[in-house]
Design a protein around this ligand. Structure first.
Ligand code: ZN
Length: 64
């Protein structure tokens, strides 16, 4: 199993659905990110870095 990218806990990640920043959760040896807006966990494969979030917002703008 390979992660798409390494998780850097010092970096802020963003929700793929609402683009809000995710809350870092950890416990039981696993790391997860929670979106307080969507009220759900976001997997490491789905969460966005700042750059990805920015690019996504630009793409959404372009489509309208
Ligand atoms: Zn969200």
């Amino acid at each position: 199993m390979t992660d798409r990218k390494n998780t850097d806990v010092t970096q802020t990640y963003y929700c793929p659905e609402c683009s809000n920043s995710l809350e870092y959760l950890h416990g039981c040896g696993s790391v997860s990110y929670f979106c307080n807006t969507c009220k759900k966990l976001v997997s490491r494969n789905n969460m966005l870095t700042f750059e990805e979030m920015k690019n996504k917002k630009l793409k959404i703008k372009d489509n309208k």
